[in-house]
Design a protein. Structure first.
Length: 214
């Protein structure tokens, strides 16, 4: 587990699952609410941390609907029955369709229940008193989301350190991906970028050094 902080939020990264997905626990300092972002697999350590903090409101935010980012949903929903699963309307079908979430391709079909809430472009996502904004950035999937807070952005499989997400899966588009990153991420002030795989980076580093934008 790796921990990052800004003035109001704490972000803890847990690398989970066979594909080493970054699952994030994000919570407001001294508050009792959190987001689990991209629950890739069961993690007792993550559950223990939530209980240790005394958090009593847990929601689950999905940057997109591919299997490696959603296959822990049932575990966390069981542990926190009141939690809400948030996903874009475009990717919502991937939760219930093993072919669309690509788990069929891996030989272990997976599906879960419908999402609780649809997230649209520009929607506010709250963690306690802290407000973030979700932006729709298609390209890796049709309904890929990034979640933006002061000082940090969760980019899913849209933007990585030194790379961008694959666009050769169903619903992908390389041109939409690059345009979306330019318009919705590179237009922001510099901040930490927490991707779905690999190390954190910053917006300024990617604007200067990412080979897909040189």
């Amino acid at each position: 587990m790796t921990q990052f902080n800004n003035e109001k939020l704490v972000c803890e990264r847990y690398i989970l699952g066979a594909l080493d997905v970054n699952t994030y626990l994000v919570y407001e300092k001294n508050a009792k609410e959190c987001l689990i972002i991209d629950p890739a697999a069961n993690s007792e350590r993550l559950i223990d941390k939530i209980n240790q903090l005394g958090i009593n409101k847990v929601n689950i935010f999905l940057t997109h609907g591919h299997i490696d980012h959603i296959c822990g949903i049932d575990f966390y929903k069981k542990m926190f029955p009141e939690s809400k699963v948030l996903v874009s309307k475009q990717d919502a079908v991937m939760l219930t369709d093993a072919e669309k979430n690509l788990s069929v391709w891996l030989g272990e079909p997976f599906s879960t229940k419908d999402a609780d809430l649809f997230v649209n472009d520009g929607d506010v996502v709250e963690i306690g008193s802290v407000k973030g904004v979700a932006r729709l950035v298609p390209g890796h999937t049709e309904g890929g989301l990034v979640l933006i807070f002061d000082g940090m952005i969760f980019s899913g499989d849209t933007l990585f350190a030194g790379s961008v997400g694959r666009s050769d899966f169903p619903g992908g588009s390389h041109s939409k991906l690059l345009t979306g990153i330019t318009n919705n991420i590179f237009s922001l002030s510099d901040r930490l970028v927490f991707p779905g795989h690999g190390p954190e980076t910053t917006i300024d580093k990617e604007k200067l050094n990412n080979p897909f934008f040189s």
